[in-house]
Write a protein that binds this ligand. Structure first.
Ligand code: ZN
Length: 380
């Protein structure tokens, strides 16, 4: 899918959408104001320089029924322009195809699909996250205890790679928010925690060589998309600011508590973030049909509560969660609800939902080994 020059109708906080912005390094330069794109990674494209200040916003209303034959003001005028723009790769062709065909599949393995409304709705989703960042940051400027943000959005984002959609994800919502926090709010150091059962490869790739954005992902070892090995730690200036911790199948509440205390906390303390963003996937729940871990609703309550505290300790409470996976509607909704309780400081009601009888023993030796290895690699 290609994203080019578009209007952003609902995107609070965003003013422009610039052709061929770069996710890997930047969404745009400070010179041109704020904008987003996940469309290309064209670091070397000479057009980037020329287009740094270029902005095009357009809409299409061809009035196909306003069509008196042989009239010089023909109904074919706007379609002719759109087709020329398409030919020049200046429109979102995938979405136009979706409009005509009803649905299209963007990649083979996910599969990731698009309908006629996907593009606009994905912009709204990304924008909703940015609005939360704006609000949380604004609140943190006048309160020691600002609210925690939670973007209940879809499509999810953490598999979307700099050059396009992947794995159910269209835009890298968390990645976009991280750059937004830096460019718009001057929050230099962003700490991203991704506890989805799958590796957040898109976020990983976007900031792999960026020392100012720390990406920490826990995921089921060997699950989709197969990336996120323990020795993937970043590159160049960003070496050491990517931490991947693949967990063995069956890891659950005890494992994740240990990971939080022994890996997440010391990593965050050392990095000293200005804001914490969370790729909150609920597909590590034991009841999730796509995952093979054993998180419970209680695990998510603890994570939410601990991450909120961590943000309070390290970065003025600035913390925004973004919904990623989670495909069992019951465990998803209970777990998110219990996360809200954690933010509010209310008691967990996880025991009303969780059934300990369905849990089996966690692979504690393997988990310990993985934790020791990641601590050794990252000198924690
Ligand atoms: Zn997932």
């Amino acid at each position: 899918m290609e994203l080019q020059t578009f209007r952003l109708p609902y995107l609070a906080g965003c003013r422009y959408f610039q052709r061929r912005s770069i996710l890997r390094r930047q969404f745009c330069t400070k010179r041109s104001g704020f904008c987003i794109s996940c469309s290309y990674s064209l670091d070397k494209d000479p057009l980037i320089e020329k287009l740094t200040d270029a902005r095009v916003i357009y809409s299409v209303a061809p009035a196909m029924g306003h069509n008196q034959e042989a009239h010089p003001e023909s109904y074919l005028r706007v379609p002719a322009i759109v087709s020329a723009l398409e030919k020049a790769e200046l429109t979102s062709k995938a979405m136009n195809q979706a409009s005509e065909q009803g649905i299209i599949y963007i990649d083979g393995s996910g599969p990731t699909y698009a309908t006629a409304t996907t593009f606009q709705e994905s912009l709204v989703a990304a924008g909703a996250g940015l609005t939360l960042v704006d609000s949380v940051v604004a609140a943190s400027n006048c309160s020691q205890n600002p609210p925690t943000g939670f973007a209940l959005i879809r499509p999810p984002g953490h598999h979307a790679i700099p050059k396009g959609p992947m794995g159910f994800c269209v835009f890298g919502n968390v990645a976009i928010a991280a750059r937004h926090a830096q460019l718009v709010h001057g929050l230099k150091r962003v700490f991203i925690i991704d506890f989805d059962v799958h590796h957040g490869n898109g976020t990983n790739d976007a900031f792999y060589d960026d020392p100012d954005i720390y990406f920490l992902s826990t995921h089921h070892d060997g699950s989709y998309p197969g990336t996120g090995k323990i020795d993937e730690i970043g590159h160049g200036d960003g070496e050491g600011t990517t931490l991947n911790l693949p967990l063995p199948g069956g890891s659950g509440d005890i494992s994740m508590r240990t990971v939080f205390d022994e890996v997440i906390v010391p990593s965050a303390q050392r990095f000293k973030p200005d804001i914490i963003l969370v790729s909150a996937g609920y597909d590590a729940h034991v009841l999730d049909p796509l995952g093979s871990l054993q998180f419970t609703t209680g695990t998510y309550y603890t994570l939410a509560s601990n991450i909120k505290e961590l943000a309070k300790d390290l970065c003025g409470g600035r913390c925004v969660f973004f919904l990623e996976g989670g495909y069992n509607l019951d465990s998803l909704s209970y777990s998110v609800t219990d996360s809200f309780r954690a933010f509010l400081g209310e008691k967990s009601l996880a025991s009303e939902f969780d059934n300990p009888a369905i849990l089996y023993e966690e692979p504690s030796t393997k988990v310990k080994q993985a934790i020791q290895r990641v601590k050794h690699i990252h000198s924690l």
